[in-house]
Structure formats: C-alpha cells, structure tokens
Design a protein around this ligand. Sequence first.
Ligand code: ATP
Length: 452
Amino acid sequence: MPDVVTMDKIVSLARRRGFVFPSSEIYGGLGSSYDYGHYGVLMKENVKARWLEAMVRERDDIVALDSSIILHPSVWRASGHVAGFTDPLVDCRHCKLRFRADQLEEAQCGARPSKHPGETELCDLTEPRQFNLMFQTRIGALEETGLDAYLRPETAQGIFVNFKNVAQIARRKPPFGIAQLGKAFRNEITPGNFIFRTLEFEMMEMEYFVPPESAEHWHRYWIDERLAWYRRFGIRESHLRVRAHESDELSHYSSATSDIEYLFPIGWSELEGIANRGDYDLTAHSEASGTRLEWVDSATGERYVPYVVEPAAGVNRSLLAFLVDSYDEEVVAERPRTVLRLHPEIAPVKAAILPLVPRDAEMSTRARNLYEELRRAMVAEYDDSGQIGRRYRRQDEIGTPFALTVDEQTVEDETVTIRDRDSLAQERIPIAGARSFVLDRLAQEWKTSKAD
Ligand code: ATP
C-alpha cells in the first residue's frame, strides 16, 4: 500500500492537535519559525532524552556539556565560520526572489512555479554572492563601545573551546566524547518545508576525540550507531539511507561527511550529518587562543591533537521524521482513523484514562484514582470530554499507545479495558495491576506495524 503521508497532512495534524504552531501567528507569522505546543514539547523532550541516554547514560566514554549560546566572537573567527559559514545566493531581478545557487534545481521559479529558477526566458539571475548564515548581535549597552557577537550556528564550537577543561576533569583519554544539546541559529534563506529547516532549532551534537589513525574507523562506527538509534526508535529501515558527501559539498572543516537521510515527503533529505572534522577545530583554536588543545598522556609523555568525529543531528528534524514515519490512516469498522504509530518511548503521552460515562460518580472516581496512580510513573492523560469514539480518535492522533477505559463492569469487578493503539485489541485487566501492566508493555521491544 502506498504511503499516505504528505507534508500537508503532517502540518495540519501538528496544528490541529497542538504539536506545532506557526510562530507569531497573530502578526501574520514569521517565515521558517515555529512554536511548539504541549504535545510537541513532550515529544521533543522524549527525542532529546533518548539521544542523551544513548550518548551518555548507556556509555562510559562520553560526558555531557552545556555551553553558552553567545561565545566570545573570536571563537567564530578562529573556527572559520565568519569567513566560511556561507551559502552562495542568487537574486532574480525579475521575480525579486532569492535562491541558493547550489539548490536551484530544488527551487521553484517565482514567475512559473513549474520551472526552476533560471529556466524561463524571464528569469534574470545575478551572479552568486556569499551570504553568511550567522545571526549577529551586540554585547553591551552602547552601539559605539559594544562588542559584535554571534548567536551560535552549531553547538560544536562550545565543545572545542572547553576541550581542555573537560578532558582534564573527566579523566578520560581518547577515544572519548563530549555531547551537547541546545539551540542553534542560522539565517536560512531557503523556504523551510515546515520544521525541516528553521531559523532556530535544537541540535544534538557529539564530538568524539580519537587518535588520528583511528578516525576513519570511528567515522564508520558512528554512522552505524546513529542509524541503529533511528531504527531502535521505530524509523523504518526502508526510509533510511546513508549518503557520502562529494568533495565539493564538504563543509570548510570536514575531510569526510556522510549524511543519514530520511525519505521525507519532500524526497530523500538530510536527517543527520556525521563528519570527520580531523584536527581542524582544535588546531585552529590552539593557534588563535594560544592555549594548546591537545592530548597529553601523563604516563608516556606522548602528545597529539586528536581527530574529531562528529554526529550532528537536529531535534526538530528528527521529530519531523518521527511524525512522518509514524503517520498512518486506515478504515476500521467502516470509519476512517488517523493514527501516529509512534514508538512508545517517543510518544508524548503513554496512557489515556477514559471514564466511559463521565457523569457517573462511581466511574469517574475510579478513573481519577487510576489516573493519579499512573501519572506518577509516566505521562498520562485524563479525558472525559465527548463520546468515547472521539476520545479514542484524539488519542490515536497524538500517538498514545494505551487507552484505559473505566466502564460499568469496572464498578462491578474492578477491572478496566486496555486498548492497544496499533492493533486495536482490547483486553480486560484488574485495575489494581494496571500500572505495572502498562509499564511492562511500555518496556517491551516495539516494532512499527506500519507497512514499509
Ligand atoms: P542542510 O544541508 O540541510 O542545510 P547542514 O548540512 O548545514 O544541513 P549540519 O551543519 O550538518 O547541517 O547540521 C546538523 C544537523 O542539524 C542537520 O542534519 C539537521 O538535522 C540540523 N539542522 C541544520 N540546519 C537546520 C535548520 N536550519 N533547521 C532545522 N534543523 C537544522
């Protein structure tokens, strides 16, 4: 069966159910900016938590860091971002639109949207000009005496400039890594495709410092690890692939980069980049700052500048991939339903507690008590508004794996029904054991039931 998902359906569900809203909407919205509602926040927190667990909690060789968004401006000069973090842009003198010169074949002509810029006789493109993607700001109150600064376009530089601090205190020797989660800002000019490309976004980056001769090995290792992470949380194998960058695509710091790509409704696109940054960054900061950023083995006196392998992922782009991959529609008992078949550990809400007849005091008391018990162990939701069918559909659309319904029989024998989001199977279980039943099910291995 062909995949039913389109970007429009995702945008509409995300908005309807309060995952993602256009930013500053009452002022007409701001291009490439989005705000996250309740379920979007919960889901984003889950994506970040799964990444941090996989990077830090489940390993002994990676430590965490949270550096500033505004770093000393010299950081960005030394890193090459002031000179080199640019996109080549062309303007069309006819339609007045601006395009990335390296992505013309993906863009639409302003006058004839079925054509690419430059393809019609009316198109009048300028020569490409380099446009820096960093947002500038000023530190200090006065225009004249203030210091020009930048909002970070990646979190990685905060890691490199802390290399010495962390390496000393963490008492680790290469290979070891430093992981950081946080906001990054890029003055993107190409239209966003919803949350795929935005002006600000959260990054999940890990810099893995290794002996130079083993960098290629670790590069391959991290490509495999990161692919496994997406698969582990339910992304279908058929929708993931690895693409190595051509030499003319490489960033200014990279000697090899492979992208993990996902088959989004807009086509295969980058989900995460895994770069071999060599010793570029540590050497650049050593030279510019005068502080030697190198590894010194205290036992042997051996010293060298480690190479860096970097898996760099976007939280928001991952969230989009999880939404797209899980989106499904089906007809059940002649009624259509939309469901997010999210991995339980990614789903914003784990269990919904639904009293069948909300006005019935016996039912609502039991449902409330069950809700109070479950919410201590997981994100749970109590919903008593509207017909039961509508409440189920609402939970399906936000991807809640389990719905527990309190009905007449509950009052008689203290059991509840538990409905499985994916199979729609319902079973009756004792209310007293409901919490551990759900926790057990949540801990079980999960595989999507969505067709490839
Ligand atoms: P692209 O080619 O899509 O512009 P990039 O190669 O510049 O991305 P990296 O610098 O490798 O991206 O950033 C690492 C990750 O951060 C990307 O794989 C993506 O998930 C995320 N990312 C980068 N730019 C954006 C953005 N503007 N909005 C949302 N996520 C982004």
